[in-house]
Design a protein around this ligand. Structure first.
Ligand SMILES: Cc1cc2nc3c(=O)[nH]c(=O)nc-3n(C[C@H](O)[C@H](O)[C@H](O)COP(=O)(O)OP(=O)(O)OC[C@H]3O[C@@H](n4cnc5c(N)ncnc54)[C@H](O)[C@@H]3O)c2cc1C
Ligand code: FES
Length: 349
């Protein structure tokens, strides 16, 4: 067992043997931003000011050699190897923000249906205790014993008393886990779910208009955030823009239409990037945005989808005046399997 000390708060958490720093922080309820949990995106980078850790094998584009020399590490892959490590993270009071994630909680697939050309929706119900989560977070599912790696899927519904989780899974060409979900996973199957993870969560105290941008199944966490905000009576304008390639890729339109009818402050628009059709916008979000939202300086913006989509949208909303500190993103990185490290990848103290 190692100790991780967070500065400037001085608070500490225990890290069980074999756990990463990220896992240890999350188990104690501390929110460290993360996207891929596999050393590929750089989201979980923090400075380690003392102690030693095994960084594991991570991508150079996520953690450069220069950053390594300065003491930075990717906490999703870092495992302490000294009794104590000190990291720069959090505020003076390091307030806990997230529910500790659970591992391999047993769920049953109570429903599975095709909701768009390449997307199935799963309804998973817990057999025991529900997984507690904030809207916008994700869980991982897979079947490692059958060589189906655990992959991240955003929860698309706000928390419910019965603990049911709704996931929307797009089929990735030659993708192992998504094809397993589409082809093999059946209604009635047992499934192990881990989570909830991630920090793509709305600040309940936000008091600005909100713009949500989603492409493909990036809509899933946006739906959860929207449902939770509207349910708690959020009064500022909320607009969702959903980018789909063509009409066969659209889903959840009924729910968004219902929200629009029920809540005066909610509106949604769908833009098609590879088809023109009446009633829909045409073109990528960065093309349609300037006309719809010439001034985003007072908005909070949530963006979810592929990393390329997220990057494009961040640039587009900044060009319309959105402030970096009010932009929240979730990039659906394709994940790689963690690989065991060798001595060369250990950081000096
Ligand atoms: C925070 C987060 C939330 C997410 N939420 C969702 C969600 O709500 N819904 C959703 O659908 N997805 C979501 N994802 C993406 C999801 O986790 C998976 O990455 C996705 O389903 C693909 O997994 P897979 O196992 O099917 O594909 P993989 O087997 O990992 O393959 C990924 C891609 O790489 C290609 N590939 C695989 N092997 C090779 C190879 N040897 N050479 C070249 N190319 C190869 C495949 O063709 C495929 O396109 C999320 C990701 C993150 C990080
Ligand atoms: S590099 Fe750690 S979460 Fe992506």
């Amino acid at each position: 067992m190692a100790k991780i000390i967070m500065q400037p708060s001085g608070k500490s958490v225990d890290c069980a043997y074999g756990d990463t720093v990220l896992m240890a922080l999350e188990k104690s309820g501390y929110a460290l931003p993360n996207n891929c949990r596999a050393g590929a995106c750089g989201e979980c980078k923090v400075k380690v000011t003392s102690g030693q850790f095994d960084q594991g094998i991570v991508l150079d584009m996520a953690l450069s050699q220069d950053e390594r020399r300065q003491g930075y590490g990717l906490m999703c892959m870092a495992k302490p190897i000294s009794d104590e490590i000190v990291i720069e993270w959090g505020t003076e009071d390091a307030r806990p923000k997230l529910f500790p994630p659970r591992e391999n909680a047993l769920f049953v697939v109570v429903d599975k249906r095709q909701i768009a050309a390449r997307v199935v929706e799963l309804r998973l119900r817990p057999v025991g205790q529900a997984i507690r989560y904030w809207p916008g977070q994700y869980v991982t599912i897979g079947d490692p014993r059958a060589n189906i790696p655990a992959r991240a899927y955003s929860i698309s519904n706000a928390p419910r008393p019965d603990g049911e989780l709704v996931l929307q899974v797009a089929r990735a060409d030659s993708g192992v886990t998504s094809n397993w979900v589409h082809e093999q996973l059946q209604i009635g199957d047992n499934i192990k779910v881990s989570g909830a993870y991630g920090t793509f969560i709305g600040d309940p105290a936000v008091d600005t208009p909100v713009l949500c941008l989603a492409a493909g199944t990036g809509l899933a966490p946006i739906l959860a955030l929207g449902e939770a905000a509207l349910r708690r009576g959020f009064k500022k304008p909320v607009t969702m823009i959903f980018s789909a390639r063509s009409r066969e890729d659209i889903y959840a339109q009924g729910m968004m239409a219902w929200w629009r009818t029920k809540h005066r402050n909610f509106d949604y628009k769908i833009t098609l990037t590879r088809e023109q059709a009446e009633g829909y916008l045409a073109g990528r979000i960065d093309v349609v945005l300037p006309k719809l939202f010439p001034d985003l300086s007072k908005h909070t913006v949530f963006i979810a989808g592929s990393p390329e989509f997220v990057d494009t949208c961040v640039a587009a909303v900044k060009a319309q005046g959105a402030r970096p500190e009010t932009i929240y993103t979730e990039g659906f990185f394709a994940q790689q399997q963690p690989v065991v490290a060798d001595a060369e990848h250990l950081l000096p103290a």
